[in-house]
Ligand binder design. Structure first.
Ligand SMILES: [Ca+2]
Length: 207
């Protein structure tokens, strides 16, 4: 019988506990501590929520929910004050992967991300946009420091170099400090538009 976490309820269904009971050899079960073995499959990668991914292609000119990532480092998803969820616990070395993002016929773009940061003091960091591989050079980036809170959202723009066609998009997070420095809600925020183009202008529209 396994007991854990909180009482009552919780993942171990307290006070009942989970897993079948068995006789305790040599002593009364409630008279002493017992040794248990737990098998933990470390070949699988788990994340807390999110990671639902998407089937088919994503429109780079529509809103991509940050929490819809296809793969990620150790991050969490949480309730977002703007509705839905956001991705938090983003610190140096973290990353989010979005598969099959269709940039259409291309052109340089204002890539606007909805971000918040409760970072304080000297904590800040860089959010970089990379295409096809996390080890490729970034095509654009923006720096962010505290916005006044982890749910104080701002639209932050990065100018990204010309991209066309369908790509895997990575957001990578770098900072000189170990602390979490940013939460992400939407990436990008529509309208993703040609550099210098009219707000809401169509992709490839006149500058
Ligand atoms: Ca979201």
């Amino acid at each position: 019988m396994l007991h854990c976490a909180v009482n009552p309820g919780g993942p171990c269904n307290e006070t009942t506990g989970i897993v079948a009971s068995r006789a305790c050899p040599g002593s009364s079960c409630q008279s002493a501590f017992h040794t248990h073995a737990i098998e933990w499959d470390r070949s699988a990668v788990y994340s807390k929520g999110g990671g639902g991914g998407s089937s088919g292609s994503r429109d780079a000119f529509g809103a991509i929910q940050a929490e819809s990532y296809d793969a990620a480092s150790a991050v969490l998803t949480e309730t977002c004050s703007e509705g839905g969820q956001d991705v938090g616990n983003l610190a140096n070395g973290d990353w989010l992967q979005f598969n099959n993002v269709d940039f259409g016929t291309g052109g340089a773009l204002d890539f606007v991300t909805r971000a918040a940061s409760g970072a304080t003091g000297a904590v800040s960091g860089l959010v970089e946009v990379r295409i096809d591989s996390r080890s490729n050079a970034p095509i654009g980036s923006f720096a962010i420091a505290g916005t006044g809170g982890w749910q104080s959202w701002q639209s932050v723009a990065a100018n990204v170099s010309a991209v066309s066609g369908t790509h895997t998009v990575f957001l990578t997070f770098t900072s000189g400090q170990a602390a979490d420095f940013v939460n992400i809600n939407l990436v990008p925020v529509p309208p993703l538009k040609p550099l210098g183009g009219p707000p809401g202008g169509p992709p490839g529209g006149p500058p």
